[in-house]
Design a binder for this molecule. Structure first.
Ligand code: PAF
Length: 284
């Protein structure tokens, strides 16, 4: 496994692989890898001949007062984990190489970035689409795998790829959970044992919503009211949003009559956690 920091060197390697007819699969990450990332990598490994991951804590997707500075980083551990799942190259550029002085170009998806995390984190998705577009131009992947925990991010990237005719197949990987149900996230490291208990209400509330829909409840306000009750029996957790939306358009849903995205973001201590489920009245 190679670690490449240089943009031009990464482009050169990818160009060689492409000329040799190799399929390049890619998993972009911000590092501090966990089992969730490794699952994306295992999936990507099967889709291509060479597997590249990026480790880059992207400053343009963090707002003022967010956790860019203290975002967890551990390159040595990440290298070992990446190697254990067969990564060929870690692309790990420096911030000044991705955004050199004079940098002024951004990629923006307009509509589906407005609700949910887009409302709570203005500019976040502009930073994500910009860095992912840059990474695609550098790594030149045929296939890229993203986690469904960041469901809105996945849909935003799909939209960007479609709208800008990018020749990359975007695949989603189901959410990977801890044994107790907590969705895996690098930010879980911020949680104290008590906070972690409160955080478990998030995945529990998704289960409660599923059960309600299975019992025949279809009105969004009723489902959302119950989910909120499960999330906030006390002050250990602060809801950012709890919403039911169409999984494709991300438009709000008032009546559940097809697969519907239940998306949750909540603050637990210093951590802002997100989770979601597709709730389908047909399956239930
Ligand atoms: O999901 C993430 O870790 C990041 O948003 C991504 C896609 C690596 C872009 O920085």
């Amino acid at each position: 496994m190679q670690v490449v920091a240089d943009v031009k060197e990464m482009q050169r390697l990818s160009e060689v692989w492409r000329r040799e007819g190799k399929i390049i699969s890619f998993v972009p990450t911000m590092g501090y890898l966990h089992e969730g990332h490794l699952a994306l990598m295992k999936m990507a490994r099967k889709k291509g001949d060479v597997l590249v991951i990026s480790i880059f804590v992207n400053p343009t997707q963090f707002g003022p007062g967010e956790d860019f500075e203290r975002y967890p980083r551990d390159m040595e551990r990440d290298k070992q984990l990446a190697e254990s799942v067969g990564v060929d190259v870690i692309f790990a550029p420096e911030v000044q190489d991705m955004y050199p002085e004079g940098y002024q170009t951004f990629v923006e998806v307009i509509e589906i970035t407005k609700p949910l995390c887009g409302r709570s984190r203005p500019g976040h998705f502009r930073g994500v689409t910009t860095v992912v577009a840059k990474l695609f131009n550098i790594v030149k992947p045929h296939v890229a795998v993203f986690g469904e925990k960041d469901f809105q991010q996945l849909q935003v990237i799909r939209r960007m790829v479609k709208d800008l005719n990018m020749d990359v197949e975007v695949l989603g990987h189901p959410i990977v959970r801890e044994k107790d149900g907590l969705a895996m996230s690098s930010r879980n490291v911020y949680l104290s044992p008590e906070e972690r208990q409160a955080a478990l209400r998030i995945s529990r509330s998704l289960g409660v919503a599923r059960e309600l829909v299975a019992q025949g409840v279809r009105e969004a306000p009723e489902v959302l009211r119950k989910v909120r009750e499960v999330l906030t029996p006390d002050e250990g957790l602060k809801i950012d949003y709890v919403e039911l939306r169409d999984p494709e358009t991300l438009k709000e849903v008032s009546h559940i009559n097809g697969p519907t995205l239940l998306a949750i973001a909540a603050f637990v201590g210093k951590a802002r956690l997100i989770d979601n489920a597709i709730i389908s009245p047909i399956e239930n």
